[in-house]
Design a protein around this ligand. Sequence first.
Ligand SMILES: Nc1ncnc2c1ncn2[C@@H]1O[C@H](COP(=O)(O)OP(=O)(O)OP(=O)(O)O)[C@@H](O)[C@H]1O
Length: 315
Amino acid sequence: MIEAVGLTKRYGPKTAVQDLSFSVRPGIVTGFLGPNGAGKSTTMRMLLGLDTPSAGHATVNGRRYAEHAAPLREVGAMLEARAIHTGRSAFNHLLALAATHGIARSRVEQVIDLVGLREVARRRAGGFSLGMGQRLGIASALLGDPATLILDEPVNGLDPEGILWIRNLLKSLAAEGRTVLVSSHLMSEMALTAEHLIVIGRGRLIADTSVAEFTASASRGGVLVRTPDAVRLAELLGALPQVTVRTDAQDPHRLEVEGADGERIGRLAAEHALVLFELTPQQASLEEAFMELTKDAVEYEAVVTPRALVEEHAA
Ligand SMILES: Nc1ncnc2c1ncn2[C@@H]1O[C@H](COP(=O)(O)OP(=O)(O)OP(=O)(O)O)[C@@H](O)[C@H]1O
């Protein structure tokens, strides 16, 4: 369990995090989302006692990070991916970390297998690819078998196989009853990994919601209908109160309906023996919904869109 209460961080005149309160429950993956510069890393550093809050406080498993006698056994963390400049092998790197926390060598062997680094464990970690480095970072975080995991952008720069691997690993760690907080700036990725979302922008809380609720709110509510009886169906739908129907000049079989859901449209079609080819609820993409939610909180907005730039070049 993670609790943040009124967390605030100022760097001189700049307020990176402002009065942020949230809790992160065990047993599920919680996504920590926000555009670049929103304050995700700063918040995570405060949760881990690496930055002192200007105001407020945070606890992990009921205590402040610094109050834990053996923090590595309580909280495993991986902060934003960085190249590992180590001449040590992955195995020796983990062994050294384990030794300073009284963790057995057998646990080092276990985490190496868990993250799939067995074949390269004796190689110099400095020469690792980004993906291998991420796996080593996760192995370090898991070393103390912690009840809570805090990972900053763990999928950044990974190939699809690596992303899928992390996604499944995080879900299985949460299913074991751990608290898992993962930051990302990609809504679509988090929708596949997390069950709950904490969204921040410019250091402030924007949303604290389940993924299911967020996805439902992203729905535009319209329904796309394809039918060879479009004219007749449009007439029937158009006669219903508060229902609007748009036809498509390019495709005479296509209708866009607002104010009636798929079930109602399907039943109406059946009552009049009309054939339906398609009945699809329209959803804004999650990334669009996320951008809409955070649009007032984006720190550096592009003034010129890439397309405008291209056209300017072409002129
Ligand atoms: N040490 C620091 N000194 C001054 N400003 C800082 C410092 N660390 C962070 N900031 C500023 O605080 C804000 C939040 O930064 P932070 O790195 O926490 O955001 P983030 O959400 O993790 O962003 P990103 O996704 O880009 O990593 C930014 O405007 C950043 O420039």
